[in-house]
Design a protein around this ligand. Structure first.
Ligand SMILES: [Zn+2]
Ligand SMILES: [Zn+2]
Length: 274
């Protein structure tokens, strides 16, 4: 249950005790004789927040769909051939890597991406990130798992690590969108999520004002490995968007410096063409 849902529950049942008991009391009040467990929780959430389509932003139709079928067709899904490192679509099938990955040192061992970062994807991600729509992650995770589930599991990741958010920005937003994505994807692929494996130590300088080298250094100083189980060797790094690759690179470097052997990426969107 997210912070927003918990906040609502606390105000709906102020005298209630915590956790399960309070939830079930509220549930009894809303839907007498309601079913139990996860199904009940999702029905409760559906009642409080009818699911929104990640493309049009309206209530998704038909009821229970993660996105309107019409809207799904408006999305530009990434197709093969793709870069073996970052997951970006490449124009020449004989190439292994995109121009970007071929021209500099990259620490990622592979990646997959769902969408081109076009106008429709940009709107969707804006809603997910700033518009208080963490539920869009259900759609992204389901599509990623459906298209790439087998490939992702073939990499034998032991866990999913979300790209850490700047704490100040996360506080304003209420959640780290990469973590929400990681959790949904973890549920779909039955993989644990390590939300504290990487942290962003301090507010970084405005990246936009820096050149590529300074940008990389700035990020690498900020992203640190923090809490992870011993023996961790292979992870999936999850983020909503892959643009220049500098954030993913900083994360992959930090993980590998800590002894991880393989770091793979999974992104909702990739910006920029090959
Ligand atoms: Zn729609
Ligand atoms: Zn690439």
């Amino acid at each position: 249950m997210g912070n927003r849902e918990r906040w609502i529950l606390e105000r709906l049942v102020p005298e209630g005790s915590s956790g399960q008991k309070r939830d079930s009391r509220l549930w009894e009040r809303l839907v007498p004789g309601g079913s139990t467990g996860k199904k009940r929780d999702s029905r409760l959430l559906e009642l409080l927040y009818p699911r929104r389509c990640p493309v049009c932003g309206d209530v998704a139709w038909p009821k229970g769909a993660l996105a309107c079928p019409e809207c799904r067709r408006k999305l530009a899904f990434i197709e093969e051939p793709t870069c073996k490192r970052c997951g970006r679509e490449i124009s020449a099938p004989e190439m292994e890597f995109c121009r970007d990955c071929a021209s500099r040192k990259r620490s990622l061992d592979g990646a997959v991406a769902l969408l081109h970062y076009d106008a429709a994807a940009r709107r969707s991600i804006a809603g997910f990130k700033y518009g208080g729509r963490p539920e869009y992650a259900d759609f992204y995770a389901e599509e990623l798992a459906r298209r790439y589930g087998r490939q992702l599991l073939r990499w034998r990741p032991q866990a999913i690590v979300p790209v850490p958010a700047d704490r100040r920005r996360q506080r304003v937003r209420g959640y780290n969108q990469a973590q929400v994505l990681a959790e949904r994807l973890g549920a779909a692929l039955h993989l644990p999520v390590l939300p504290q494996a990487l942290i962003r130590r301090r507010h970084t300088l405005a990246q936009k004002e820096l050149g590529p080298a300074a940008r990389q250094k700035n990020l690498e100083q900020a992203i640190e490995i923090y809490r992870y189980p011993p023996g961790l060797a292979r992870v999936l790094l999850a983020d909503d968007i892959y643009t220049t690759g500098s954030t993913a690179e900083a994360c992959a470097r930090a993980l590998k410096k800590a002894g991880l052997r393989q770091v793979y990426g999974v992104w909702v969107c990739v910006a920029g063409a090959d």
